[in-house]
Design a protein around this ligand. Structure first.
Ligand code: FAD
Ligand code: NAD
Length: 466
């Protein structure tokens, strides 16, 4: 007899959601987490604290720069950074405590320690007091997540040159900040500190920001970020970071070949994350990894070792919390004999800057690269009443539909509420719907979502308000 039906190693959005779903399906479940708080990268040092700071810094920036235009006069806007950080920490504690509550409520046994798999069917937990416990289960899910990529030319000392973790808790606003990497982390955390008064320079080696997103969206985002005060250097190659005392110089080569020496109080290295496996599986078990050291799995998240599964950032695919969650659910449903499935063509991605950018499905550039016959419908927020009334008229919605069948293949939104608006397109795509389905759906007036409907009508060149 095994102690449990399922043991999950790692309590990020992949692991804890898998544990809850398993419990719902009647599996006797345990979860092993090496840190004190549950919730993984997302809740502790990722999605949630970054969004808390994005929200607070946006309020600060609004009060300083935009409130007056609304007839709201705020005389002396000051930053109280300790309070801002405290609010962020409180949000994190509230949510990680919520996950602990959910574990209890669902009768998931929690082990606080570092988990490893000495043999199939066995999980060993190294506890903080130096002792080790062993437990058994026929099914084990590895959900150990990811960590920041570290490059030898970009050493991180945790003080001057930092990862996203430290950049969520600077105790003062850096006078000058260099952000290496114009992806999700660089742009979100670069925005936070720029809004709070830092002179932020983003160094990106590609000719564009936000790789993976529709190019037109990325270009529009760049304009908005530059307006917000971020300096953006594209096609710029970082050659090294020199740290002297509490300051750094980032050496880089600009696109015109000019050598740059960028002075900074903080350097945020945000050049991507890599799968983290640690010593979870001894080499002798022969767990198969791919070329980027991610755990290889089949369509049902089974590794090459019977009874051992993997989900989330530790396997291939976009490193996103909702992707990890869906994989956790699908994996467990398969274990329980049900038909769990993740539709990888319909996973939305969002960058929570101001404005936000959100995408799902194929981009216009991908449609061109693949030689697909598509129709494109676009609608600008400047022609949307609610956007004008809310002073958020920048940006647009772009929809991509199959030229013959009209099936919706992609949606791209840039506006302050893009993260919420994208979900309508996600649902339509999940049901295999068409742009006509969207265009014929009644949308409340006045709402930003009317721009989604108008973009759908624009696919057939019949938008009403342009
Ligand atoms: P993780 O969340 O990384 O969790 C893995 C867990 O496993 C950790 O708690 C770790 O301590 C634990 N662990 C590892 N090894 C062991 C072991 N041997 N024993 C026990 N426990 C172990 N994604 C979004 O979708 N939206 C966002 O807005 C977003 N913002 C982000 C902002 C930042 C700054 C960062 C860094 C990431 C962000 N992400 C965002 C990405 C998101 O956090 C990850 O994709 C997600 O957390 C992956 O979930 P996971 O369960 O696979 O792994
Ligand atoms: P990323 O892959 O999103 O972006 C990294 C950027 O760094 C890319 O633009 C890349 O071209 C650039 N880069 C790489 N090497 C470079 C170099 N030597 N010099 C200059 N630029 C370089 O990675 P990230 O921003 O570090 O985020 C890590 C992961 O976390 C991502 O997979 C992302 O999906 C996830 N995340 C998601 C969100 C969100 O969903 N809103 C927020 C934060 C993080």
């Amino acid at each position: 007899m095994s102690d449990f039906d399922l043991i999950v190693i790692g309590s990020g959005p992949g692991g804890y959601v898998a544990a809850i779903r398993a419990a719902q399906l009647g599996l006797k479940t345990a979860i092993v987490e090496k840190t004190k708080a549950l919730g993984g990268t997302c809740l502790n040092i990722g999605c949630i604290p970054s969004k808390a700071l994005l929200n607070s810094s946006h309020h600060f920036s609004f009060a300083k720069k935009e409130a007056a235009a609304h007839g709201v006069v705020i005389a002396d806007v000051k930053l109280d950074l300790p309070t801002m950080l405290k609010r962020k920490d409180k949000t994190v504690t509230q949510l990680t405590g919520g996950v602990a509550f959910l574990m209890k409520k669902n009768n998931v046994t929690r082990f606080e320690g570092t988990g490893s798999i000495p043999a199939p069917g066995k999980v060993s937990v190294a506890l903080a007091d130096g002792t080790t416990e062993e437990h058994s289960a026929p099914h084990i899910i590895i959900a150990t997540g990811s960590v920041p990529i570290d490059l030898p030319i970009m050493p991180v000392d945790g003080k001057v040159s930092v990862t996203s973790t430290e950049a969520l808790s600077f105790d003062q606003v850096p006078g000058k900040m260099v952000v290496i990497g114009g992806g999700a982390i660089g742009l979100e955390l670069g925005s936070v500190w720029a809004r709070l008064g830092s002179q932020v320079t983003v160094v990106e080696f590609l000719p564009r920001l936000a790789p993976g997103f529709d190019l037109e969206l990325a270009k529009e985002l760049q304009k908005s970020l530059e307006k917000e005060g971020l300096k953006i250097l594209l096609e710029t190659k970082v050659n090294g970071i020199e740290i002297t005392g509490d300051r750094a110089t980032v050496r880089a080569t600009a696109k015109d070949g000019k050598e740059l020496a960028l002075e900074a109080d903080k350097v945020l290295v945000a050049v991507g994350r890599k799968a983290f496996l640690g010593n979870v599986v001894p080499k002798s078990l022969g767990l198969a990894l791919d070329e980027r050291k991610r755990v290889k799995v089949d369509a049902h998240y089974h590794t090459n070792i019977p009874g051992i599964y993997a989900i989330g950032d530790v396997i291939a695919g976009p490193m996103l919390a909702h992707k990890a969650e869906e994989e956790g659910i699908a994996c467990v449903e398969r274990i329980a004999g049900k038909a769990g499935h993740v539709d990888y063509d319909v996973i939305p991605g969002v960058i929570y800057t101001h404005p936000e950018v959100a995408s799902v499905g194929i981009s216009e550039d991908q449609a061109k690269e693949r030689g697909l016959d598509v129709k494109i419908g676009k609608f600008p927020f400047r022609a949307n009443g609610r956007a004008l009334a809310s002073d958020s008229a920048e940006g647009f919605v772009k929809l991509i539909a199959d030229a013959k069948t009209d099936k919706l293949l992609g949606a791209h939104v840039i506006c302050p509420a893009a993260s919420e608006l994208i979900q309508e397109a996600v649902s339509v795509m999940e049901f295999g719907g068409s742009s006509e389905d969207l265009g014929r759906t009644v949308h409340a007036h006045p709402t930003l979502s009317e721009a989604v409907k108008e973009a759908a009508l624009a696919v057939e060149k019949r938008a009403i308000h342009t």
